[in-house]
Design a protein around this ligand. Sequence first.
Ligand code: AR6
Length: 184
Amino acid sequence: MTKETVHGVLIECVQGDIASRPDMQAVVNAANAQLLPGGGVAGALHCAAGPGLEQECRPLAPIRPGQAVISGAHNLPNEHVIHCLGPVYGVDEPADKLLADCYRNAVQLAEEYKLASIAFPSISTGAFGYPKKEATEVAFRTLVEILPRLKALQHIRFVLFSAADMHLHEDVFNALVHEDSRNA
Ligand code: AR6
């Protein structure tokens, strides 16, 4: 597990299920356009949240690739769910910009709601087929760029399902943070 404070924000990568993060104010959903339960992260979050989440989301749908919307967390142990629609790899273009928009828009919503902590899954890297290393680089590059401007957020956590995905995130993050500090 990697933990490092960058520009006053604690960034960490942990292995596990994003639906059981009781110490985070917001969890991010790798959603579908209709904000329906689905599989993967969306399935796990809706299952733990209960039917109230689907009901609350209905009028917020559909969303476009790169967009983020916020809801309550219902039976999840959090205050909010931020739903992002990642790009379907090879279909929604430019994929890197749309994926970056997801992270940027999710963080912006967290800031608007004055949330101190947010947990992200690796958006688009499951059913949507985005290559994991490239997606991880987009995620961290986007976040590292906006860290200096954050006011409310103090803690960003990546929750990765597999040990391999966690190590990939650690490696990409460490490389990028050291590149960032060399350029500072
Ligand atoms: N906790 C953390 N990470 C998870 C979990 C979990 N419970 N479950 C899967 N992952 P995906 P996408 C990882 O498919 O690619 C859904 O059906 C997974 O290994 O959830 O953005 C929706 O309804 C992968 O690395 O999201 C959409 O239709 C990553 O989370 C579509 O999939 C994202 O996998 C969204 O596809």
